[in-house]
Ligand binder design. Structure first.
Ligand SMILES: C[S@@+](CC[C@H](N)C(=O)[O-])C[C@H]1O[C@@H](n2cnc3c(N)ncnc32)[C@H](O)[C@@H]1O
Length: 343
């Protein structure tokens, strides 16, 4: 039995017995920036402090984490926030998986984002798990790629039409098979149709009354789409073939410029897109090694600084987590200074 990839991903990840709604949670299978909490949380806290100031220190300051995993980031933020911020914070994890039993009552757990958010909405490695359809080159141009969920075997379906074809035409230009037939992509070309991610992000941005939405994820831009696509699987720390049977994570990099444009249309304000390395730097985590002289004057301090620098390095290594994009979408808030280097 074959089905569309979007339906297969939806069922395999979030259906009954699905990969993300049963089992130990994402951290048992792969490492994300949010799991480097010692480093990411202070950086996010600095951003939150700047958002708070730009909002004029509201009585209630939201932090909404969409696709929160086991709420690792929210827990770390709660532990780090100074008293004047902490008493105004309302922390909300938005997750499709069950609430962890040990989570403190101060963190709300829900499966849809709340409305009227005033503060920071954050989504680290959420969008790459939003199910989507795949297209492959075929005789009539782009055709849907169908998949057998029990084996991962793919087959070619009907030609892609309507809004999906419009999306591909606008956002995923592929090298043509022949110059005279530009709508027929070269044999072997595949594309991941990012429309559901655009909608998911636009909906998330739409829940903000005033504040900032931040998506952190692997992605690519229109001029540089991967011709064979990026869909893959992960299980227990290893990359595995993407079989949509509920046994592994299924992830595809995000067409981040398309997502950004969808969010911007809702917010009515320009977005900012930067690499994780630049964002971390601007938020005070530069990863430089401590001066060697510190080793003789303060050996313990030197070791601590060295350990901190290597954690930052994990988040800024371009071939790893440093390859993330940071998409910042302000809503009703002046973004000046949100990402400026600390003095
Ligand atoms: C790759 S994990 C990322 C977890 C965490 N943010 C991190 O960076 O470690 C993606 C998470 O998004 C959740 N998720 C996916 N779609 C969702 C949705 N529509 N609403 C809420 N959570 C969702 C999944 O259940 C999964 O826990």
């Amino acid at each position: 039995m074959s089905m569309t990839w979007r339906a297969a991903m939806e069922r395999a990840l979030y259906g009954p017995g699905g990969f993300f709604v049963t089992g130990p949670g994402p951290a048992a299978h792969f490492r994300t920036s949010a799991h480097v909490t010692d480093t990411l949380a202070p950086v996010v806290l600095r951003l939150l402090t700047r958002v708070d100031a730009a909002l004029g220190h509201p009585q209630r300051l939201d932090v909404v984490d969409i696709g929160a995993g086991q709420a690792e980031l929210l827990l770390a933020l709660a532990g780090l926030a100074p008293e004047d911020l902490s008493r105004r914070l309302r922390l909300t994890a938005v997750e499709l998986s069950p609430r962890p039993g040990s989570l403190p009552a101060s963190i709300e757990w829900r499966d849809r984002p709340p409305a009227g958010v005033v503060g920071l909405l954050i989504a680290t490695e959420w969008l790459d798990n939003v199910p989507l359809d795949l297209a492959g080159a075929g005789p009539a141009g782009w055709h849907e790629v169908r998949v057998d969920p029990s084996t991962g075997t793919e087959s070619t379906g009907a030609p892609v039409t309507g809004p999906d074809l419009d999306w591909l035409t606008r956002w995923w230009p592929a090298p043509p098979a022949e110059p005279a037939r530009p709508a027929v992509p070269a044999p072997g070309a595949r594309a991941e149709i990012g429309r559901p991610r655009d909608s998911a992000w636009a909906e998330a941005v739409g829940t903000i009354s005033r504040g900032l939405a931040l998506a952190v994820d692997y992605g690519h831009l229109r001029a540089d789409r991967p011709t064979g696509g990026t869909l893959t699987g992960f299980r227990a720390g290893r990359q595995v073939p993407p079989v949509p049977d509920g046994s592994c994570d299924l992830t595809a990099h995000v067409a981040i410029d398309s997502v950004a444009t969808a969010g911007e249309a809702v917010a009515g304000m320009p977005y900012t897109l930067v690499g994780q390395r630049a964002a971390m730097r601007a938020l005070g985590a530069d990863g430089s090694r401590p001066p060697l002289a510190l080793a003789s004057t303060d050996p313990a301090g030197y070791v601590r600084a060295l350990a901190a620098a290597s954690r930052v390095a994990e988040l800024t290594e371009p071939a790893g987590l440093g390859g993330h994009w940071w998409l910042l979408q302000p809503v009703g808030l002046d973004p000046t200074g949100l990402l400026s280097e600390p003095r």
